[in-house]
Design a protein around this ligand. Structure first.
Ligand code: NAP
Ligand code: 8YV
Length: 328
């Protein structure tokens, strides 16, 4: 890729090795240990035109790079990138939609089954020798049978989860800010109305101010004592103290969580919770899908610098064009 290998692309902090290797082959790779404006030397500020990252990218970091044109986020969720600010100063932001949709939907179903049927605990029972010494694992209070499922965030992944839930023979409702055209599932205009209508809430909503602590005590109470809450969206959408309390006092039956507010830290109360199934943010974490995400992140950089347009821009920067950069 002769036309791009003199373009400097910054990788702050860790990034998928396949993305780093491709950036190294197709661009001039500039690495920094963190996305910290204090680490940006005058030479880096002068030459960097592109970036790919899976860490927090603040307005201050964007402003420290006056020739930056594009941030290729590794992940479909881009709540860690100040995309609104990027759009304001003419910096394109891209994400990695679609290539991870089915993987994350599979994970959501696995987590739902683990939560309701206690499969990890049953395996731990076997591995600890308790099947032989104490007998069968106790019957689970939870079952998928007879459940009504609500999806918070009926977007690409929400729809893929809904299709899987339909195959289980369970009814599906959802809450988004707007009803999705052409979708037959029942739309609820508020999250609390959805929670009141179902007993199983699967959240795949993005992070950010509009969803901050949306799943709170009232939503969990509306879900009820047979309620199951599964989160594969973002931890910031949940009041984690209220969730831990609801699990402890029987307000809901169980929870399955792949995402947390302050990753990789997990609140002690959730770690101690016997009726929570916890995963370390592995929704998209297969070799296949992470490689596809890495390729899409780098393909966005290549397309921007060779064709003048990104493949998968985020809405906040959809109208940003090459040459639009306004240094602050
Ligand atoms: P998407 O297609 O953009 O879907 C997001 C949905 O959420 C949209 O339908 C949107 O509808 C709805 N929404 C957004 N803000 C809302 C609000 N304030 N209230 C109610 N609904 C709201 O995105 P996607 O590709 O499905 O990904 C969704 C999220 O999954 C990502 O943003 C990321 O946080 C998470 N994720 C997690 C993992 C993991 O490893 N666990 C992996 C991939 C993605 P409206 O705009 O109509 O409200
Ligand atoms: C990634 C995700 O693992 O795409 C997302 O929004 O949450 C996951 O697929 C994460 O973004 C990269 O750390």
């Amino acid at each position: 890729m002769g036309s791009t290998n003199k373009i400097a692309v910054l990788v702050p902090d860790l990034l998928h090795p396949h993305a780093v290797a491709r950036i190294g082959r197709e661009f001039e790779l500039v690495a920094l240990p963190a996305a910290d404006p204090g680490l940006v030397t005058p030479q880096i500020a002068d030459k960097v035109r592109g970036m790919s990252a899976m860490t927090t990218i603040s307005a201050a970091f964007i402003d420290a790079l006056p020739n930056l044109e594009i941030i290729a986020n590794f992940g479909v969720g881009y709540d860690a990138v100040d995309a609104r600010h990027a759009g304001t100063v003419g910096v394109m932001v891209t994400n990695t939609p679609d290539v991870l949709t089915e993987e994350v939907a599979d994970t959501a179903i696995g987590l739902l089954l683990n939560t309701v049927r206690e499969l990890p605990k049953a395996e731990a029972w076997l591995r600890a020798g308790r099947w032989a010494s104490e007998g069968n694992y106790p019957l689970t209070r939870g079952t998928l049978r007879g459940r009504r499922v609500g999806i918070f965030g009926m977007g690409r992944i929400g729809l893929a989860i809904a299709r899987r839930i339909e195959a289980f023979g369970l009814p599906v409702g959802y809450h988004n800010r707007r009803a999705v055209e052409g979708v037959a599932y029942t739309w609820y205009p508020t999250l609390i109305e959805l929670a009141g209508a179902v007993d199983t809430l699967i959240s795949v909503a993005p992070g950010g101010s509009s969803t901050e602590k949306a799943v709170d005590r009232k939503v969990l109470e509306a879900l009820g004592p047979n309620g199951v809450f599964v989160n594969v969206g973002r931890g910031s959408t949940v009041d984690e103290d209220a969730l831990a309390q609801a699990l402890a006092d029987g307000t809901i039956l169980a929870a399955g969580l792949d995402v947390f507010r302050n990753e990789p830290e997990v609140p002690e109360a959730l770690l101690k919770s016997a009726n929570a199934s916890l995963l370390p943010h592995v929704g998209s974490a297969s070799v296949h899908t992470r490689t596809a995400m890495a390729d899409l992140a780098v393909d966005n950089l290549v397309s921007w610098f060779t064709e003048g347009r990104p493949l998968t821009p985020v809405p906040e920067t959809a109208s940003v064009n090459p040459g639009a950069r306004k240094p602050r």
